[in-house]
Structure formats: structure tokens, C-alpha cells
Design a protein around this ligand. Structure first.
Ligand SMILES: Nc1ncnc2c1ncn2[C@@H]1O[C@H](COP(=O)(O)OP(=O)(O)OP(=O)(O)O)[C@@H](O)[C@H]1O
Ligand SMILES: [Mg+2]
Length: 271
């Protein structure tokens, strides 16, 4: 009999109380030519915590995520992941960081020539090449489990082009989880889908937060999603951190852009 693959996340949910930061930004500045896109940005994400980065379009949310994975380097300040300063890492060490921290990209970005199931199997096959003993039956079993976890088990043999945007996003999340990461980054998980699908994806991310206890960063401009998911919120205004704190405290912020976001959210609740 084949032993079932036990899929363990490194951080159980109860670790939420552990106050140790996994991701840290200390006074980070980033320039593109003469445009300062991050201005003295500081925040941290504790192990097992979900932090939501909010802000207007173009304020630097995706740029922030790219610093976590070392795709961009700060011009000043420090970004640390798992205790390591990202800008000091060699390329092979960065590969390791990108294995431990996976990103669900804004565009979804599945491999178009592979079925949904093979997309999810891809990181599992990579793990196998790194010496983790996963045979084909275990890989298929894990793919089934992951697709069931994100509630799209029926799409396993379908091609990405046959899937709705929402389903593609669920498969992309399953693929990110297949790498058995320590942390997961979501870039705008609920944009470009209808409001019902946005709610479904938000509920899914909440379920994964509760079931996996993974350290997570969610980038969005959706205040409702932030309230649903965040332990703490980072709110960027004009490239600066206008608010960083527990979700419940954001309503007390006097910053006018934050008040506008809150007001718009209340208006959309009423309509
Ligand atoms: N590689 C780059 N080269 C030059 N400018 C860039 C680059 N990447 C981002 N920018 C600029 O940096 C700013 C912040 O971009 P970013 O993609 O982080 O915005 P965002 O907050 O994610 O917006 P959105 O909500 O629309 O996704 C923008 O003005 C953008 O044009
Ligand atoms: Mg973006």
C-alpha cells in the first residue's frame, strides 16, 4: 500500500500568537528614474499572520511584493524575509526564497499548454527532483487534495483557456500551495472577476488562512476584502505608509484617502 503523502505546512494555525516577524520592511525607499514609488516604507508580517496592503492603483503595492521576492531591490532601507536580508542574497539563495514564499500573480499566470491538474502538479514534480520522494500516484493524490481544497476538483483535466477567471485564480492558488511554501503572496486576488466570484475567492483565502495558518500578504484596493481577511493593514498613500496597524483601528485614521476608501465601502454596502 502506498503511504499517503502527508502535506504539512511548516506553521500550524495556532502559531498566530507568535509575534516573530517573517517579512520585514525597514525604511524602504524605491525610485524609478525620478519617481519615488516607495517612500520610507516600514511594516512587518509575523509568522502565521495575514497582512493586507491597501492603496490606490499605482501607489506601489505590486512593487512592494516584488521586493519580498527579490525581483526588485530597495534603493534605501532593508527588506528581510525569514530573517535574511533579501538584497544580500546570491541568486541561488533567492531561488530558495522564491520556493519558500510563493506569489499568486495579479494576472493568474497559469501554464497555458498544461491542464489545470498538471499546473498544480508542476511544483510537486519539482519537489520530487529535489529529492522529495513523491511518486506519480502520490502526486496525483496531492493534486486532487489541493484542487478540492480550493473547491475546483472537477477542472483537473481542463485546459486553462476553458476556465473562467475565477477558476483560473483558484487553480493558481492551488499551484502556489503545492510548492509547500512558508508564506504566500496574493496580488489583487479579487480584481477582474464579478462581485460574486470576488466573494468566493475572498472566502477561499479566508478558509486557507484558517486551515493552513500560512504567513500571507494580500495586496488589494478592496476595503471589504481587507476587513474580511486582515490581521493588520498597511495602507499606502502617496508612496508612504499612512496606516499600519490592526484592522479594527483603521476606522480611526484621519487620513483623507483612507476615509474615502471607508466611505466608498459603506456606500457599496448600502447599494
Ligand atoms: N519596472 C518598473 N519600471 C518603472 N516604473 C515602474 C516599474 N514597476 C512599477 N513602476 C511604477 O511604480 C508605480 C507603482 O507601481 P505598482 O505596480 O506597484 O502599483 P500598484 O499599487 O500595484 O497598482 P495597481 O493597483 O494598479 O496594480 C507606478 O507608477 C508604476 O508605473
Ligand atoms: Mg499592482
Amino acid at each position: 500500500m502506498i503511504e499517503p503523502v502527508e502535506f504539512r505546512f511548516d506553521m500550524p494555525a495556532e502559531i498566530n500568537t507568535n509575534r516573530k516577524p517573517y517579512i520585514e520592511f525597514h525604511h524602504v525607499d524605491k525610485w524609478f528614474d525620478d519617481q519615488k514609488v516607495l517612500d520610507d516604507v516600514s511594516f512587518e508580517v509575523n509568522r502565521g499572520e495575514m497582512v493586507v496592503v491597501l492603496g490606490k492603483s499605482g501607489v506601489g503595492k505590486s512593487v512592494t511584493l516584488k521586493h519580498i521576492l527579490g525581483f526588485l531591490q530597495p534603493d534605501a532601507g532593508i527588506v528581510r524575509v525569514g530573517g535574511f536580508e533579501v538584497s544580500k542574497l546570491q541568486e541561488n539563495e533567492l531561488v530558495d526564497v522564491r520556493r519558500r514564499v510563493t506569489m499568486v500573480f495579479q494576472s493568474g499566470a497559469l501554464f497555458d499548454s498544461l491542464t489545470a491538474g498538471e499546473n498544480v502538479a508542476y511544483p510537486l514534480r519539482e519537489r520530487a527532483t529535489r529529492g522529495e520522494a513523491l511518486d506519480e500516484e502520490q502526486i496525483q493524490q496531492r493534486v486532487d487534495e489541493l484542487l478540492a481544497l480550493v473547491e475546483v476538483e472537477s477542472v483537473k483535466s481542463q485546459m486553462p483557456s476553458d476556465l473562467s477567471t475565477g477558476m483560473k485564480r483558484a487553480v493558481a492558488i492551488a499551484r502556489a500551495l503545492a510548492a509547500n511554501p512558508e508564506a504566500i503572496l496574493y496580488d489583487e486576488p479579487t480584481t477582474m472577476v464579478d462581485p460574486l466570484m470576488a466573494q468566493t475567492i475572498g472566502d477561499l483565502i479566508l478558509k486557507l488562512k484558517r486551515q493552513t495558518g500560512l504567513t500571507s500578504v494580500v495586496v488589494t484596493h478592496d476595503m471589504k476584502l481587507a476587513r474580511k481577511l486582515a490581521d493588520r493593514i498597511v495602507f499606502l498613500v502617496d508612496s508612504k505608509v499612512a496606516f499600519f496597524g490592526p484592522t479594527a483601528e483603521i476606522d480611526r485614521s484621519q487620513e483623507s484617502v483612507i476615509q474615502q476608501f471607508i466611505l466608498l465601502d459603506e456606500v457599496s454596502l448600502r447599494s
